[in-house]
Design a protein around this ligand. Structure first.
Ligand code: MEV
Length: 434
């Protein structure tokens, strides 16, 4: 991908967008169309994936544009049902380009295996005994995941934490390379638990990964020249200052921080889902990390730089894989991953971190200026128009009418559609069908 700027992409038909995307990515348009038109999974495969399947559930698959990360361009596949998330993130990523795009880095892909040890009588002696056997325990851990070791990963270190009341927890830090690592880490936890219990003179409790993947964080930074923030008669300075005030609000108030972080996760989850990753794990890690100091805080903050630019910083755990999981069995997840062009889970984490920052920037820019409803209502009007049965061009016309009247309701949409059908004689349309 040499340029993720695809001006006018939103104005094209779905087929035209597929052609443009296939060309931009150098993939075959037929392959792309096949994967996208089936939704990536058939019911028979679904039936083998989870229990009690009775059907499939579709969500829109879209492309986030304009992302420039560490000097390279990326397209961001996004699976999300909420109107405006994709457009807002793409628009914000375009603004960030004025400052050279996003810059990001990640930790090594270290996940934490937790082994709970109960009824430990002497925590200090147990800790010393476990620490003294570190190399044996790590060797045992590695023997349980030979495939990971052959790919350059494996158990790296041990930590013992005394939780009091005779409860110790041992963390085995496992480098999972390009896997998300849940299965690998759970295997390691189960493998080493008996020896740990023996050394501690205690009883084995839980053996499971921690989703607070704080050894696997991504950090994203963007510096936006103040002129790039000016729009619709507003100065760049006023927009910048509004965004910084909004950031301060989230830093001071957990009620606001939760919503601020929801805006970050709008972008994060959309790409996490599109690339076949476990969004519940990512959500759990993000919010636990946001609360790590004992106070729930924003994942992304904004300040004024020395040169007057707007400087954003995002830091959060992102436990992602580009191998294993649903990626193998889901055609759209495979395609989504291919579209990103990433070569490692770390690179995917950096890309996803950028989209999270872009979503947050877009939300704060709107909130600190016009408010969120102006942009949202027209998009919401489209959803309402579709819900009452409008199709094709009717969607735009019904949405425009109810939006202009300031009456974005199902009833108003139904009336607008009836008028349109009567005027156009489109008698075959079932008005009102949800
Ligand atoms: C809506 O999905 C997300 C926002 O509420 C985020 C925010 O308030 O920052 C707009």
């Amino acid at each position: 991908m040499t340029n993720s700027r695809l001006p006018g992409f939103y104005k094209l038909s779905v087929d035209e967008r597929r052609r443009v995307a296939a060309e931009a990515l150098g993939v075959d348009v037929e392959d792309l169309t096949r994967a996208l038109s089936t939704g990536g999974m058939d019911c028979a495969t679904a039936d083998k994936s989870v229990e009690n399947v009775i059907g499939m559930y579709a969500l829109p698959f879209a492309l986030g544009l304009n992302v420039q990360l560490n000097g390279r361009d990326y397209l961001a596949p996004m699976v999300v049902e909420e109107p405006s998330v994709v457009a807002a993130a793409s628009n914000a990523a375009r603004i960030v380009r004025a400052g050279g795009g996003f810059f990001a880095e990640t930790d090594e892909p270290i996940m934490i295996a937790q082994v709970q040890l109960d009824e430990v009588r002497d925590a200090a002696a147990a800790t010393a005994a476990i620490v003294a056997e570190t190399s044996t325990i790590l060797a045992e851990a590695n023997a349980s995941v030979p495939g990971l070791v052959s790919r350059g990963g494996g158990a790296r270190a041990l930590e013992v934490r005394d939780l009091g009341d005779g409860m110790l927890v041992v963390h085995v830090l496992v480098d999972c390379r390009d896997a998300m690592g849940a299965n690998l880490v759970n295997t390691v936890a189960e493998e080493v638990a008996p020896r740990l219990a023996h050394l501690a003179g205690g009883r084995v409790g839980l053996r499971i990964l921690s989703n607070l993947a704080d050894r696997r964080c991504v950090r994203v930074k963007a510096c936006i020249p103040v002129e790039a923030l000016a729009f619709e008669g507003r100065t760049g300075e006023s927009v910048r200052d509004g965004i910084v005030r909004a950031s301060r609000f989230a830093e001071k108030d957990p009620y606001r921080a939760a919503t601020h972080n929801k805006g970050v996760m709008n972008g994060i989850d959309a790409v996490v889902i599109a690339t076949g990753n476990d969004w519940r794990a990512v959500e759990a890690g993000a919010h636990a990390y946001a609360a790590r100091t004992g106070k729930y805080e924003p994942l992304c903050t904004w300040r004024i730089g020395d040169d007057g630019s707007l400087v954003g910083e995002l830091a959060m755990p992102l436990a992602l894989g580009i191998v294993g999981g649903s990626i193998r069995i889901h055609g759209c997840a495979r395609l989504g991953l291919e579209m990103t062009g990433v070569q490692s889970a770390a690179e995917l984490a950096m890309l996803i971190g950028c989209v999270g920052m872009a979503s947050n920037l877009a939300a704060l820019r709107a909130l600190a200026t016009d408010g969120i409803q102006r942009g949202h209502m027209l998009l919401h009007a489209r959803t309402v128009a579709i819900a009452v049965g409008a199709r094709g061009q009717q969607v735009e016309e019904v949405a425009a009418e109810i939006h202009a009247r300031g009456e974005v309701t199902v009833e108003a949409a139904r009336r607008a559609l009836l008028r349109l059908v009567a005027a156009g004689g489109d008698a075959g349309l079932a008005v009102g069908g949800e």
